[in-house]
Ligand binder design. Structure first.
Ligand code: FES
Length: 572
């Protein structure tokens, strides 16, 4: 029992009419009188949904969290929030990340809770929960649902997403039958859990662990491993202690924690989506973090983890190799290890216990998978607001490249023309896709790794320079420039590119240039007409009016910042 007056006592303490109302209705769940005697009330923020298959096992996992809370003398109360499922939600789950964060924030602040356990898994569920919780700043701990077991098909290991892209290109190039393509579906998703490549879900679970908001080992235990359930129980026990210690999210999400996460993202070959998610989370908690920090802090950090899409293995292999603590221990010279995590321990103490059991999966520093694992932040007249490229997923020979643009004005335009035998394109061309950004799509489509023209695939071409204001799935790969800002639909220079223009990419120099004169660029800007759109209503209308560019996190502008957890006034 804590000596501090708990927030929940503003609802449940006392003997007046309001306390009667708050307690009486709770008793309809069978709660005994002593539930309200000052025990910490812990909210379990659950993103369970059967439309989010990656999180469909969360009801069972929540039971383990509850047992842990009860073990430690707390009161567990579970609540549902908007679940952004990547595989089903249209037009893109990213459109709803900010909506979900609002749900989380208001659910936490408006309800009688002293601490929160966040249950996340699929790509957008981790950032949306952290963003909402950061805007409240209660004691908070996160548990991930865990990755699926390794995919298997025809005797070989296959990875979520990554092999879908490969198979789909193989079918288009005539190297895989459609029957085999269909048969691979069940082999790819063999158990409960989220994508088991180093896609955005595994990246964000790793980011949460690197930020210090989970217990050690959270990122990699498979969803169906009993250790995942044990971790859930320990997470439940620990949040009760955190309430007693008043260890709040803002004390864990420090500038050093964000710098560590950026370094770890380089070390794991993490998803480009982590860039905009961490920028958005930092914005909520009030940590100044910029796109340039991603380049400066991550520069020179090698990718040590040999996981798809950059490498060979999958999350299950990462787990057996020692998981994120083992990888962070390999990087400890470049990490700020004095930071405190939700475990209450310094990162240095956690890493001192870590061991690398498989140096093929977690490579030693002197044998990296990729010497330069950080994100490259590009600038130039084509992207004055910035853009990013993931060198570890790109083709080294394309990192300095000059080619003529082939422009597509939308995803539909791309789909309609990319396989046209008459499309004027060769392997030196630069594919440019417009109107897929935050406002233009809206929600930032995950199509930046646009398909290559069939006629080039058939000739064995596997990569080309591609540029867009879109995002890319964390499971995808290629020499792909993403998040171009300002985006096309607000008149950014990417809207002004025309087929046939020369474009030069120089990743070592961090430049991306459209080779036309300033006068010509200005003339095109003056002639540019915004896409004609009907005024949108509902959430989509709010989103389009207020969403910021991807290079600053793509949060809604009015959601930036921490609004705290003061007890709202009573209405009864
Ligand atoms: Fe949910 Fe990949 S679709 S994690």
């Amino acid at each position: 029992m804590t000596s501090r007056k708990l927030r929940s006592q503003a609802w449940f303490g006392g003997d007046d009419k309001d306390a009667f109302i708050h307690r009486s209705w709770m008793k309809n769940m069978g709660l005994p009188d002593d539930t309200f005697d000052g025990r910490p009330v812990i909210g379990i923020c659950n993103t369970f949904s059967e439309f989010t298959p990656c999180n469909a096992h969360f009801r069972g996992l929540a039971e383990h969290v509850k047992r842990g809370i009860l073990d430690a003398g707390g009161v567990p109360l579970e609540f549902p929030v908007f679940s952004c499922g990547e595989s089903n939600l249209r037009p893109t789950a990213m459109l709803f990340r900010n909506l979900a964060s609002m749900d989380v924030e208001e659910s936490i602040r408006g309800n009688p809770m002293d601490g929160v356990v966040l249950m996340a898994g699929c790509d957008k569920t981790t950032p949306s929960l952290l963003m909402g919780a950061a805007s409240c700043d209660l004691p908070t701990i996160l548990i991930s649902g865990g990755p699926m077991l390794n995919g298997r098909f025809k005797g070989r290991t296959i990875g979520s997403g990554t092999d879908v892209w490969r198979f789909s290109e193989d079918v288009r190039a005539g190297r895989m039958s459609r029957a085999d393509f269909m048969a691979a579906e069940a082999g790819m998703s063999r158990s409960a859990g989220h994508c088991m490549t180093m896609g955005t879900a595994s990246t964000m679970a790793s980011m949460a662990e690197a930020l210090g908001v989970t217990l050690p080992g959270n990122a990699s235990w498979p969803a169906v491993d009993a250790n995942r359930a044990r971790l859930a129980r320990m997470t439940g026990r620990r949040i009760v202690e955190m309430v007693q210690e008043d260890l709040r999210l803002s004390q864990v999400l420090t500038p050093a924690a964000f710098r560590n996460a950026i370094r770890v993202n380089a070390g794991i070959g993490g998803s480009t989506n982590a860039v905009l998610h961490l920028l958005a989370i930092a914005g909520r908690v009030g940590v100044p973090l910029s796109l340039e920090d991603w380049d400066a802090v991550g520069r020179g950090i090698p990718t040590l983890l040999d996981l798809m899409p950059s490498g060979r293995f999958l999350m299950e292999d990462f787990c057996y190799a020692g998981g994120l603590p083992a990888l962070m221990a390999e990087l400890k010279e470049v990490l700020e290890t004095e930071v405190v995590t939700v475990s209450g321990r310094r990162l240095a103490d956690i890493l001192a216990e870590a061991e690398n059991y498989n140096p093929e999966v977690i490579r030693p520093k002197d044998q990296p998978l990729c010497a330069e694992g950080g994100m490259a932040v590009l600038r130039g007249n084509l992207v004055p607001g910035g853009a990013i490229l993931k060198p570890s997923a790109a083709t080294p020979s394309l990192m300095v490249h000059r080619g003529r643009a082939v422009v597509f004005s939308s995803i539909e335009d791309l789909k309609a023309r990319i396989d046209d035998p008459d499309l004027e394109v060769d392997e030196t061309s630069v594919l440019v896709l417009q109107n897929c950004g935050p406002k233009g799509y809206p929600g930032i489509a995950e199509v930046g790794n646009m398909p290559l023209p069939r006629k080039l695939l058939e000739r064995g071409i596997r990569d080309m320079v591609r540029i867009s204001d879109a995002r890319m799935s964390g499971t995808a790969f290629g020499t792909v420039v993403l998040h171009a800002a300002p985006e096309a639909s607000v008149g950014g220079p990417i809207a002004l590119v025309r087929t046939g223009d020369w474009i030069s990419l120089d990743v070592p120099a961090r430049r991306l240039e459209l080779e036309i004169s300033a006068e010509e660029l200005e003339a095109r800007r003056a002639a540019w007409q915004p896409p004609v759109e009907l005024e949108k209503g509902g959430y989509e209308g709010l989103y389009v009016k207020t969403v910021m560019q991807a290079t600053t996190g793509a949060d809604l502008d009015f959601l930036v910042g921490c609004r705290g957890h003061a007890v709202p006034r009573e209405s009864h």
